[in-house]
Ligand binder design. Structure first.
Ligand code: SF4
Length: 458
């Protein structure tokens, strides 16, 4: 970052910290006063509609206001670390550095890096490979530390663990939090290894947030994950709430569970248990055993889209629907555009759902990864579709993933049974064909003017 930018950045950081400290004193009364200041000093046209929305939410004391109240009921040290690491380091400071890397090397530069610390898991869920594959594959503590050090050089302060079950390595993950107190760590987890001792550790390090997977209500959850798992998950939520620790849920929706997991009852239960966010993922038929029958019909996907948008606008929980919210992030965010994935073998994949790679972090620097042919091809081809309800090169534009993999010579990274890209897309082509006309109609209805600027109907 050049000197001028550094000075400007330091001034913005100080102003944000002062505003947060003022809010901390009396969030209920000071929030509107902070908004008055933001409005007074913001240039004309700067996030006008968003600022208007925030003001309305605060004035009406609606669901966003209640969510802010829930954030201010958290442990103050954890909240402070979250604001500093997530808002200032990862988003404000980080995005400037990410843009600089991107411009300098003509490649993507990520906001977040997903890693699999291990392929191991303590559960034996139906259809999941992790239990059989055992404890053989791990990123070492040194590997993870090195990735984060390199990431910070490029402006990445947000790290997300997936797996396997990341908390099988919970002691190492806590050590990493201590080694990088300026980063925010989020972990997808089945929740069953969260106990009193781990809550105390989270309170101590302050920068670790769990995203607990749920599949639906008790029967649906336990029929896949095993008897008693749902109860353990609910117990983990209670422990986290009791310790004033932030957490959320991750939910994979399929043709079987979509009604349950997008119902009002499900939302109310998550809120009641203390979840602050809910990340929804569309089922992806990736891997040899993955069945296309779990893919949603266009009508089912439309229903999910409408329900989640409705509850996002009415319930005090931050719900994100990754496959249907592309318009807020310009389509596909993978290939380092906003994030990338490194599996437990070190293979670097554009996305956690795209199991193809042409480079391994054990043989290359993070910058080399971003400049590898596959990542460069992502960079050069995004967005894969100008209708952001059809963002994915695998699910909605399957011809694209075939092209990317073949042109770059990327290989399948599945730990057990390698899946040829043609075999993969044989499951998504019929889906993409059925979804396209429905998505194009929906896009006419839902796209905002700025989304349509370069929409050519592809
Ligand atoms: S590759 Fe597909 S699933 Fe992955 S981020 Fe892009 S659109 Fe989403």
């Amino acid at each position: 970052m050049n000197v001028g930018k550094k000075i400007k950045m330091a001034a913005i950081e100080k102003a944000v910290q002062a505003a947060l400290a003022y809010l901390e004193k009396d969030p209920e009364n000071n929030a509107l006063k902070v908004m008055d200041l933001v409005d007074k000093f913001s240039p004309d046209g700067w996030y006008d509609s968003q600022r208007k929305l925030v003001r309305e939410a605060l004035e009406s004391k609606g669901h966003w206001y209640q969510l802010v109240q829930a954030i201010y009921a958290l442990d103050p040290g954890v909240r402070k670390a979250f604001f500093q690491n997530f808002m200032i380091n990862a988003s404000l400071k980080g995005s400037i550095m990410q843009n600089e890397t991107s411009e300098k090397y003509n490649c993507n530069s990520p906001w977040a890096i997903l890693m699999d610390p291990t392929s191991a898991c303590n559960l034996r869920c139906k259809g999941c490979w992790a239990a059989e594959y055992g404890y053989q594959l791990n990123l070492t503590l040194e590997d993870i530390d090195s990735i984060i050090r390199q990431g910070k050089e490029l402006g990445c302060y947000m790290y997300i663990y997936t797996g396997g079950e990341p908390l099988v390595r919970k002691k190492d993950l806590i050590k990493i939090c201590e080694m990088h107190p300026d980063c925010e760590f989020l972990s997808f987890t089945n929740g069953t290894l969260i106990d009193e001792e781990f809550c105390q550790e989270m309170l101590r390090v302050k920068n670790f947030v769990p995203a607990i997977s749920v599949e639906g209500f008790e029967d649906a959850n336990d029929s896949r994950r095993g008897q008693g798992v749902y109860e353990k998950v609910m117990h983990a939520c209670e422990l986290l709430k009791e310790h004033k620790l932030p957490f959320g849920h991750s939910i994979c929706y399929t043709s079987v569970n979509y009604k349950d997991v997008t119902s009002e009852k499900f939302f109310d239960q998550m809120i009641d248990k203390g979840a602050l966010f809910a990340w929804y993922f569309h089922y992806m038929p990736v891997g040899k055993g993955a069945v296309p029958e779990l893919l949603l019909s266009p009508e089912q996907r439309t229903e999910v889209l409408r329900s989640l948008r409705h509850f996002r606008n009415t319930k005090p929980i931050f719900a994100l629907d990754f496959q249907n919210d592309g318009q807020y992030v310009g389509g596909c965010i993978a290939g380092g555009r906003r994030y990338l994935h490194i599996n437990a073998k070190g293979a670097c994949e554009p996305c956690v759902f795209i199991h193809y790679s042409d480079i391994n972090i054990h043989d290359a620097s993070l910058l080399d990864v971003l400049r590898s042919p596959l990542f460069q091809a992502y960079h050069d081809n995004q967005p894969f579709n100008h209708n952001h309800l059809r963002p994915c090169p695998m699910l909605e534009n399957p011809e694209k993933i075939v092209q990317l993999v073949k042109e770059t010579g990327a290989v399948n990274t599945d730990y057990q049974n390698q899946e040829d890209v043609e075999e993969l897309v044989s499951k998504t082509i019929p889906y993409a064909e059925k979804w396209a006309p429905v998505a194009d109609e929906l896009w006419k209805e839902l796209a905002r003017p700025k989304d349509l600027v370069d929409y050519n109907g592809r």
